[in-house]
Every structure is written in structure tokens, then in C-alpha cells.
Design a protein around this ligand. Sequence first.
Ligand code: PLP
Length: 360
Amino acid sequence: MARVYNFSAGPSILPESVLNKAAEEMLDYEGSGQSVMEMSHRSKTYDKIIKDAEALLREIMGIPSNYKVLFLQGGASTQFSAIPLNFMNGSGKADYVITGQWAKKAAKEAQKYGDVKIIASSEDKTFSYIPKLDKSTFRPDADYFYICMNNTIYGTVYKELPDTGDVPLIADISSCVLSEPLDVSKFGMLYFGAQKNVAPAGLTVCIIREDLLGKARDITPTMLDYKIHADAESLYNTPPCYTIYICKLVLEWIKSIGGIDAIAERNRNKAKILYDFLDSSKMFKGTVVAEDRSLMNVPFVTGNDELDAKFVKAATEAGFVNLKGHRSVGGMRASIYNAMPTEGVVALVDFMKKFEEENS
Ligand SMILES: *Cc1c(COP(=O)(O)O)cnc(C)c1O
């Protein structure tokens, strides 16, 4: 069996040991005589899976007890509407920072429901940096303040959080969740689509401070009302059962290799190998300002579209797949999520060095 090095931005690489475990348990989960796919979500066996997944996530992320953890469907994109519907119900105002396509879409959706202020944007330079924020422009009466923490397409990440005072900070952490320690208590809500760093597609996890729940607008569809899901412990309707099970296996894997500090150390080391090469290369260069570089998504270009295409083709043939950049940036993007082993990045850099020698 030949496995490739998969640099996809999402759905993306999963730890091989997790896939093996899922394969082993496929037909008979822990003596139940059933696959997890076939089980009732109200069964005792499944109840343990979802409870264990939540407990592991709480432990690894250090989620305080006054936060609810919800396992939902609909993708991160559904939260773009659920967030204003649930929280934009005081002054009807919300502040957004635009650092890429996902933040932009979130702000656009919120505009349907209330008064959105764009505090800053980095669109002027193709979102290649995180804008410096001036606190005096934040609205103290906003219902919340919204950021997209790691910008999957553009490869930027916030290294410092905006100080929003008493205004709840909400962050989309779809592509950086579990990559580094994060102080959950600084946020009113965190959420992520699981298909970037945690599981296959189909699961969205929302982590919400309890006091923010129960204020949804009357028109909020039941399925978008976070309080409904919180009260039902994510079993209001059928949750994405199998994806939650894989999420549990991934969390067990993170714990087995030493938890969040160990994974962060690995990620920093991995990213450094690639960025150091990009900084030394005459052919390839990173597209993001050095201080805002993401640990997870690394866009780079040669500056020549034909050469970029030649590189992507050669890399694919050599077993380094999904390196084509997003159409809005062009060039290449290597997503090096938790499950990408260090040797995958080392092998990619070796391949890039060889390509550079042969093509310059
Ligand atoms: C992928 C991604 C999304 C969109 O996720 P869906 O689950 O496809 O809706 C939103 N935000 C970020 C940061 C992402 O990386």
C-alpha cells in the first residue's frame, strides 16, 4: 500500500494509527457486534463515545467548566448565521476583523441580522498579514467581537488576541484548533469545522460560555439555537456519530503523544523546517509577512505561474499531493496539520531543493 504525503487544506490528513484503529473496529466495535456507523445514537455504547470525546476535548484544550461543548453539523459556514442569530440580540451590533475569505463571509452573513462594523481588513494586500488593531475603534456596546484566528487560505494567524474588554470575543479556529495551547477563558465562543485538524468532514464543534446562551432571537431556527443543543447535550437530533467517533480517536492520539504542548512543539519544529527553507530559497518564497505566519497553512510561490504549475505536477508525481494554492493566492500551499509527520515536511523540503537545482 502506497500512502502519499497529503498537504490538503481540508478535508485533510488523519493520523495513520487512527485510520488503522477505525479499520480494526469497523465491523465490531468493542464487542458490540456492530460498526459505530450502524449504532443508535441513543445507545449506551454510543453515549460513552460522545461523552469520552467531550471529556478528552475538555482535558486537552483545558476548557473551563462554565463552557458548553456542542457537537453539531452544518459546517463552520452554518455558524456564520447561527452566531448573529444567537448573540446579536442586545445592541444588535457586532465588530468584525476581516483577515480572509472566511471572516468576510461571516461578516456578510451577520450583516443580514444587524449592525456590523468592520474594524480592520487586510484585503488591500491579499490578506497576507494580520492588521494591527486600534482598541479605540472597538465598540464597547457591541454584542460580540469576531475574528478568524487562523486563515486557512492565506496562511496567517493571530499571535496576540484583541483586547475586547467585556465584549465577548468569538473566534473561528477551524484550521488551528489543537495545534497550540489556547486560553479558552479569553473567549465567549470558539468553534471549528472538524475536517481540518480533527476528523473527517461533517462535524462542527462549538465551545460556548454558558452565560451567553439563551438569548437567541425568536426567529432563530431551532436547529441553529445553541441553547437547544446545549440542553440536549448534542443529542437534540442525530449527531454526526461516526465523525465524532473519529474525533475521539484523534483526541486519544494527541493525548498518547503527550498532549497539546507536545503537539505544539512538533508543529513549531515542522513549520520552521519549511519556513527556513523558504527564507533561504532563491526560487520559492512565502507569501505572508514573517510575524503573522501560520503553523498550519504555508502558502508559497515561485513568482512564475508556469513554474508553479510545473512544480505542482512534479510534486504530485513524486507523492506530495494537494499542494496547489487557493485560486485567490495562486502558487502553492502546504497545509501541515497535526497529523502531518515531520518526515513529510523534511521530504517535501528535500524535493523542493532538488526541483530548485534542476530548474534554475
Ligand atoms: C474550511 C474553513 C471554513 C469553512 O468550513 P465548512 O465546514 O466548509 O463550512 C470556515 N472557516 C475556516 C477558518 C476554514 O478553514
